[in-house]
Design a protein around this ligand. Structure first.
Ligand code: SF4
Length: 533
């Protein structure tokens, strides 16, 4: 007969392997491991069906693995995490609850509400540092102290030094330069075939979750052909494939876009890493080992490692540093809702009037379709198409942020919020990025194959058929001229604006206004008819 457990360990949805879960090395009778499927999580936003499949399946697999290894496991459904934990603590009669410091802001609130209730029942709570990251709260706080600017680049250098990653014998950056981004901006060669997409055969647990997601009308997007790893073994296999097959050429083409290709040479590992199936350090070490073995060039390896050791850690630190006000920043005074096109680029399903207009911008429609169909698309589609359009058009950053949070399998608030509010929309006024990431259609044309088959003409900056990105770009610069006129990194853009004849600019701005007037703005959430499981 088993002893009464003394400790309950809460496993958050992003701690789905022993690599990150707050567990001791061996199971014991005095400890019970608790997973909670909180119903409120899936009521807050119309989550993507693939996200549901990933999160639910990874947790179910991990619970099964722990059970098979001799752990006492409690899996339960509950209205909220707080209510689930309170019930589990009472049922098991434990005197101690252990959990990781909440990664997501809302969970913090739940624990704050739980603590006095447990204390009244004689139960103590202990938080442990998040094992899914390579920097601690204290380290990030120390780094921010006394700094006027919180730029990723300097934080990244410190992380390289602290973890001794890609350093030369003297402790300097391998190859003499910290950041090789300038070498990584090539478009995809016109005559080159696309990489064969990596696919994982769904486990029975994942297939059951696909069916479950399909029957949930509150969810969004497609779950069929689910293709992501939901076990640690499958995630390690996926990682190995990326490091061996894709990483060597990842760097030069990391900014390239091709229609219908959500990943190209990108790893798509963030979904697995952000539910805890992989530890960031094993990914970083694996990439560095390929470089040291002469199997991948420095520019590719550095570019990839920067995303994990630098960017991922940095955005998590900033999220904690700037919440809760980070949710509502809007430095550029944007005022529009997110267009229906993001939820439904085909706009099918019985909408009348302007909301029935399909998105004729090929780059935007294809990127939004890939999000709907795959729950992901790589960073340049996110930044330079989906976010670029929203920023130029004056969409409220929070509106865009909620769509990214709901629609991507790798999105959690700690990662999407800084990316959208800081990097993508300049909503934070320049805390993260010194200037807005905005561009005309010329950038999309240079980095993709979209424009050749688009109904718009990317070469036209005004008049019949002019690319909307061109209209909106000049309109954006004119709208915010006073703000950026003295900005060193915007100076060239503003000079180009100022050189434009006043009549031409007035014409472009009138066309931009006419274009925006026919965008379907009035659907902040996906209509039920777009669900299509
Ligand atoms: Fe996008 Fe403009 Fe190119 Fe069309 S022409 S694909 S709208 S950038």
């Amino acid at each position: 007969m088993r002893d009464t457990p003394a400790t309950l360990v809460y496993i958050a949805p992003w701690e789905c392997s022993a690599a990150v879960a707050p567990l001791p090395p061996e199971p014991g009778d005095r400890l019970v491991v608790c997973f909670i499927r909180a119903r409120d999580e899936e009521r807050a936003l119309p989550w993507h069906r693939r996200r549901h499949v990933l999160v639910r399946s990874a947790a179910r697999h991990f619970a099964d693995e722990l059970r098979a290894a001799g752990w006492r496991v409690d899996e339960r459904d509950a209205p909220t995490v707080r209510e689930g934990l309170e019930a589990a603590v009472a049922e098991h009669g434990v005197s101690r609850l252990v959990a990781t410091v909440p990664r997501e802001w809302d969970l913090r609130g739940e624990f704050a509400a739980l603590r006095p209730r447990l204390r009244a029942a004689g139960v103590t709570m202990r938080f442990v540092e998040d094992r899914g990251f390579l920097s601690t709260r204290a380290e990030f706080a120390e780094w921010t102290e006394g700094r006027k600017e919180l730029r990723m680049e300097f934080f990244y250098r410190e992380m390289r030094r602290r973890h001794r990653v890609l350093l030369d014998a003297d402790g300097g950056p391998e190859g003499g330069t910290w950041n090789l981004d300038a070498e990584n901006r090539k478009p995809w060669p016109r005559d080159r075939a696309h990489p064969v997409p990596r696919r994982v055969t769904p486990t029975p647990i994942a297939l059951a979750a696909v069916a479950e997601a399909g029957a949930m009308p509150s969810l969004w997007g497609r779950a069929e052909d689910f293709d992501l790893p939901v076990t640690r073994a499958a995630a390690l296999d996926w990682l190995g494939h990326f490091l061996d097959e894709l990483l060597p050429e990842f760097g030069p083409y990391e900014d390239a876009m091709r229609a219908g290709e959500p990943d190209l040479l990108h790893s798509a590992l963030a979904s697995a890493m952000n539910v805890g199936l992989l530890h960031p350090l094993e990914i970083v070490r694996g990439a560095e080992a390929r470089y040291r073995a002469g199997r991948a060039p420095l520019a590719s390896v550095e570019g990839f490692i920067r995303q994990i050791l630098g960017w991922r850690e940095y955005v998590r630190g900033l999220y904690r540093h700037l919440m809760p006000g980070f949710r509502t920043v809007n430095a550029l005074g944007a005022s529009r809702a997110l267009p229906l096109w993001y939820w439904d680029p085909d706009a099918s399903g019985g909408y009348d009037g302007p909301t029935n207009a399909p998105c004729g911008m090929r780059c935007l429609a294809d990127s939004a379709r890939m999000v709907r169909d795959h729950g992901r698309v790589h960073h340049i589609h996110r930044l330079m198409v989906l976010s670029n359009f929203a920023t130029l058009a004056g969409v409220v950053p929070h509106e865009l942020s909620r769509w990214f949070w709901a629609g991507f399998t790798d999105a959690w608030e700690w990662v999407e919020l800084p990316n959208v509010m800081g990097m993508a929309t300049h909503g934070d006024g320049g805390v993260m990025a010194s200037k807005p990431y905005v561009a005309s259609g010329a950038y999309v044309n240079r980095m993709s194959d979209y424009c050749g088959s688009c109904q718009y003409d990317v070469k036209r900056r005004s008049g019949e058929g002019a690319c909307p990105f061109n209209l909106l770009y000049w309109d954006f610069l004119a709208r915010h001229r006073e703000r950026f006129v003295d900005h060193p990194r915007m100076a060239m853009m503003i000079r180009n604006l100022d050189r434009m004849p006043a009549a031409e600019l007035a014409g472009i701005r009138a066309e931009a206004e006419a274009f925006l007037a026919q965008v379907p703005w009035d659907s902040p959430h996906p209509p039920a008819t777009t669900a299509g499981a």
